[in-house]
Every structure is written in structure tokens, then in C-alpha cells.
Design a protein around this ligand. Structure first.
Ligand SMILES: [Zn+2]
Length: 428
């Protein structure tokens, strides 16, 4: 993506060629476009690499210098790895200070491609639930002497009862639509406000798709035949995103990301790095390349999924075995860990190995992890080095099969991290 330049009011329109920043992708000068911190194998297919990189990396909120810095590091990763990462739908985003993930294109990773289908399925579910409850109640009251009073009571209380019924069933909960119980007719704006998020120009259309005959309109007031309406997803960065996922995106804020420098949200095929850690050297991090470490995690999860005669399983077992070996040996004085972070678990061990493989010791006193580099890893942990080398240099076939993502595709955010509302429906 090309960065947009904001034109001030009254500024003279300039020729198109002049009003755009320089093209950040310089495929023909691939080697010249590498950061001095990275180590990269010669690349024959750098045109393809730029294309894959372009589809994965969001540079829209970066300055030209920041974009060039990031690209000059990510180019160290071979084209065929980028091709596979692009296939997994990976998105790489950086978070500016003072923002949270809802301000970035990370929202795209939380927006379901089948949203239209979801509206229909939730609409079907609402319709059948209401019909079933109506029928059951009428049958129960038919022969009662106070049938009319029972009917009246049902009419009064049905909103929360239908809401609970919908939430108890798997369909609406999995689909992520939130019911709203109405005690009075409301304006469309009130309903949209209750959903939260940005203005949605499709709001009324989606309300109709979800609620069908339940939705009643009188003038500019909306009500429900059953005191309950299902609400569409809120919009975030123009994308429909579940309400709980939006809450999650807002919770992934500047402070949190700054503390961890970056995060790989593997369930969402999303890598995020705080913008403070993009420069080389960066404050606190020095030459530690947070971006390469986080993409290292994404590569780890990608390789896990490669079928190709059990390649992914062998990778997992090998990393596990080497990590255990090194943990035992470190206690006995032989330390093959390239950094303290690598000791945490096999995932960190591998991500650090990727960063090590791809970076060189600048020897200028700005190394926050002095051993985390290509030469050190090669000399001190040749088995781990050889494994990363094999992953990067292997000739992958074009029809390579990947295992499906192991998590429930309905649910892209880590369930334990999702903030939950006390009452699972809204009241208006
Ligand atoms: Zn990590």
C-alpha cells in the first residue's frame, strides 16, 4: 500500500507524479534494499517476493522511512516463505503510539468473509425460535381459563426470554450477534449507537435481514413484534466485526503492545509491532528486530501446518527436542540459548532462532541480545541453525497442502482473552 499524503486546504493541485511518495518497493535493487542488520540468502525471485510482501504488510500508517525500514528487514525472508505466509492470510500491522488495534487494519483479520451468510443464518434462527416459543405457549394456554392474561404476560416478558433462549442455543452465540431487548420504540440511531463502532451505512438493511417480520417501523421509530431485535455487527475500519472482538481489539492498546514490543496473534493470522520498535537501533531494543522475531512466530505456526509427508509434525518434534536438550544442557553449564527469551518455551526458542538466522552482530554496543545473530547461532547451536536453514532453503512444491487452522474458525480471538459482558444481551 502506498502512503497517502494529506493535502492542506487551498493547496495547489500538483501533477499526480509529484504528489505521491516514492515507490517503497524497489524490486530491481533487492540486495541494495536490505537493512545492514539483516543476513539474507541471494534471492532469484525478488519480484514475486515484493508482491507477496505487499499483500501481507500494511504500510498505510507508516512514514516512508518507516516503511522502507520494515521492508529492508522483511526482504531477508525468502520469497517462497512469503508466498506461503500470504496464502495463510497473514497480515502485518504496526501500532502507532496512542492507538489500539481497532485503529488499524488488524480489524480485517477479525471480519468474517461470510458475514452475509451469518446474517441469514442468525435471521433463520431468530425466526424459528420465535415461532417455536409462540406455538408452545399458545398450546399451553389454549385450555386455560386465564388464557388472555397469560398471553398478555407473555407479551410483556417475551423479550428477555427469547434473548436467553437465543444465547443458550449454539447458533446465535457462535454467529456473534447480540440481542437487544426493547422496552419502548427506539430511533434507528439509538440502535446503531447500542451496537457501537463506526457509522454503518448498511445498518437498516442488515436489521431487516436479521429481524425480518419482527421489525416494525412507525415514522422514525422502530420496535419489535416480540420486544427483541438482533443487532448487526459493529463496524471497525469499515469492516463488520463481532462486538466482543471489537472490545478485544480496543483492549490491545498502545500500553500493552509497548510492553511486549510486538505480538503474533496466530489464531488471527496477525503480526503486530509497536511503531517505537521499528527504527534500527530502536530505543530499549537496540538492534533486536522485533518484526523479524514476530514473523518468526508466524513462520513457526505456518511450518506446523505443512503436510508434505509429516513435515510440520517433524518440525514441531524437532524444535521440542532441541529445546529440551538445550534446557537440560544449560543447567549443566553448556548454554546454547541465543537469548534469555529463547529459554521461555519452544515457541520463543524458534522465533529467536529465526531472528538470529536473519540478523548479524553490528558490534556497535547497541545489541540488546549480543548472541542472537547468524554467526553465533551457526557456531553454538548448529542443529537449530540447520533446521531454520532447511526451512528457508527447502524447495516447496507449488501444490503444497497445509493443515487447516486448528482453532474454531468462528472464533478468531483467543477465547480466554475476550472480555465478556455480564448480561449477554442489551437493554434499550
Ligand atoms: Zn515471541
Amino acid at each position: 500500500m502506498i502512503q497517502k499524503i494529506a493535502g492542506g486546504l487551498g493547496s495547489q493541485p500538483r501533477p499526480r507524479a509529484e504528489s505521491r511518495p516514492a515507490e517503497p518497493f524497489c524490486a530491481s535493487l533487492d540486495q541494495a534494499c536490505l537493512s545492514s542488520t539483516v543476513v539474507a540468502a541471494p534471492e532469484s525471485d525478488f519480484v514475486a517476493k515484493e508482491q507477496h510482501l505487499k499483500s501481507v504488510l500494511d504500510t498505510s500508517n507508516l512514514s516512508q522511512a518507516q516503511a522502507n525500514q520494515v521492508l529492508s528487514e522483511l526482504r531477508a525472508i525468502p520469497s517462497q516463505i512469503w508466498k506461503m505466509l500470504a496464502r495463510t492470510g497473514l497480515r502485518i500491522v504496526s501500532l502507532p503510539p496512542g492507538q489500539d488495534l481497532s485503529h488499524t487494519s488488524a480489524a480485517r483479520q477479525f471480519s468474517p468473509a461470510d458475514y452475509e451468510q451469518r446474517l441469514k443464518r442468525a435471521g433463520d434462527c431468530l425466526q424459528s425460535t420465535v415461532q417455536r416459543l409462540d406455538t408452545e405457549n399458545h398450546q399451553r394456554w389454549e385450555r386455560m381459563p386465564d388464557a388472555e392474561m397469560q398471553e398478555g404476560l407473555w407479551a410483556m416478558q417475551q423479550g428477555p426470554i427469547i434473548a436467553e433462549e437465543l444465547i443458550a442455543g449454539p447458533a446465535v452465540r457462535q454467529l456473534g450477534f447480540v440481542p437487544a431487548v426493547l422496552s419502548r420504540p427506539v430511533r434507528l440511531e439509538e440502535l446503531e449507537e447500542a451496537v457501537g463502532g463506526e457509522h454503518n451505512p448498511e445498518f437498516l438493511k442488515e436489521m431487516k435481514l436479521l429481524n425480518r417480520d419482527l421489525l416494525e417501523q412507525q415514522g422514525d421509530l422502530f420496535s419489535s413484534t416480540h420486544r427483541l431485535l438482533l443487532l448487526p455487527y459493529p463496524r471497525c475500519q469499515g469492516q463488520p466485526v463481532r462486538q466482543d472482538h471489537l472490545k478485544y481489539l480496543k483492549g490491545q492498546n498502545d500500553q500493552m503492545l509497548r510492553a511486549s514490543m510486538g505480538t503474533n496473534y496466530w489464531q488471527s493470522a496477525l503480526v503486530v509491532v509497536h511503531q517505537e520498535f521499528l527504527p534500527d537501533p530502536a530505543p530499549e531494543a537496540g538492534h533486536h528486530r522485533v518484526m523479524l522475531h514476530e514473523v518468526g512466530h508466524a513462520i513457526d505456526h505456518l511450518v506446523d501446518r505443512i503436510q508434505d509427508g509429516g513435515y510440520g509434525q517433524n518440525h514441531r518434534q524437532l524444535v521440542q527436542r532441541l529445546f529440551q536438550r538445550d534446557t537440560v544442557d544449560a543447567r549443566e553449564g553448556q548454554d546454547r540459548f541465543s537469548s534469555p527469551r529463547a529459554k521461555d518455551n519452544p515457541r520463543e526458542y524458534f522465533a529467536e532462532a529465526v531472528e538470529s538466522y536473519l540478523t548479524r552482530d553490528q558490534a556497535d554496543g547497541q545489541e540488546s541480545k549480543p548472541n542472537n545473530n547468524h554467526d553465533w547461532l551457526k557456531a553454538h547451536n548448529p542443529e537449530l541453525f540447520a533446521h531454520v536453514d532447511e526451512i528457508f532453503k527447502r524447495a516447496y512444491s507449488d501444490d503444497l497442502k497445509l493443515d487447516p487452522m486448528p482453532e474454531n474458525p468462528e472464533y478468531k480471538a483467543p477465547p480466554d482473552l475476550l472480555a465478556r459482558t455480564r448480561k449477554p444481551y442489551l437493554e434499550l
